[in-house]
Design a binder for this molecule. Sequence first.
Ligand SMILES: Cc1cc2nc3c(=O)[nH]c(=O)nc-3n(C[C@H](O)[C@H](O)[C@H](O)COP(=O)(O)OP(=O)(O)OC[C@H]3O[C@@H](n4cnc5c(N)ncnc54)[C@H](O)[C@@H]3O)c2cc1C
Ligand code: FES
Length: 269
Amino acid sequence: MSQATSCALKVLDLVPFGQDPNTSFFALRLERPAWERWKPGQFVMLRPRSFGLDLPWGRPFGICHMTPHHMICFFQVVGRGTARMAQLKSGDVVRAWGPLGNGFAMEPDTPTLLLAGGMGIVPFVGYAHTHPKPWNLSMLFGHRARLNCYPADSINERIPLDSLHETGDGDLDNFIFTLRERMREYAEQSGLVLACGPTPFLRTVQNFAAEFGVRTQLSLENRMACGVGACLGCVVNTTDAWPVEEKRRWPVQACNHGPVFWAQHVTLE
Ligand SMILES: Cc1cc2nc3c(=O)[nH]c(=O)nc-3n(C[C@H](O)[C@H](O)[C@H](O)COP(=O)(O)OP(=O)(O)OC[C@H]3O[C@@H](n4cnc5c(N)ncnc54)[C@H](O)[C@@H]3O)c2cc1C
Ligand code: FES
């Protein structure tokens, strides 16, 4: 894996998603960083110049997609940092530190189920586009905002994507039912399951992984500050199954041991 580097990247454009004047979803297209290589599931710490002195830390974002000329990150406005990012304009400069973390397993010949909740869809854009045998992939996506708020089309052009829009009572139960059935199918064909999304969603996936014994990886979105293992702000507890003897049941940093973990290796609080 290539070493993480820090570079200043120009904003090419910022495109609102969702066709709603008040949308809080954006695709941020930056110049391509000079990284030797990257892996879907890795992330980048972004810190626009406009963060100034009052927001000293960058913010972590999944690498959504990379072309020979640009890198795309996709974000939702949830607080001060992302609100300021939503003001970025072409030509503005963003400091990018990456690629960080480990990324998802890619086994081209294994049937692989991608499970995303909300913004957990982001790393699967790059995954679907770089997988050498996309016919071995399928995806289930649960979301609360309208589908056109997310980069779902970009995935759907490569692989089958089933989406479930949670709008009211019963939708979540339906989603969990479908999730369980799909995980059971992939367990029966010795497949691989990869999941990214909010912690309650990952916990559900983790429970079904244990029930069916299907190999499953989870990408955690713990809050992060430094992104490189120094501040201990992102730790996650490991289980007895953790492969390194002395680390069993000890917390590890999600930023540099993850953010992708095998489901049986971590405890989700
Ligand atoms: C590895 C990784 C990859 C990520 N990829 C993406 C991505 O591709 N797109 C995207 O929109 N977001 C992503 N996130 C989440 C993103 O980093 C946070 O939304 C962002 O840091 C919030 O910054 P803020 O200053 O706007 O919010 P703050 O002002 O810091 O916080 C505002 C609110 O957001 C919540 N929040 C902050 N950080 C997180 C987090 N990590 N997870 C969930 N809630 C959080 C806080 O609890 C608070 O309620 C990722 C996080 C990680 C760790
Ligand atoms: S974010 Fe600082 S140790 Fe992980």
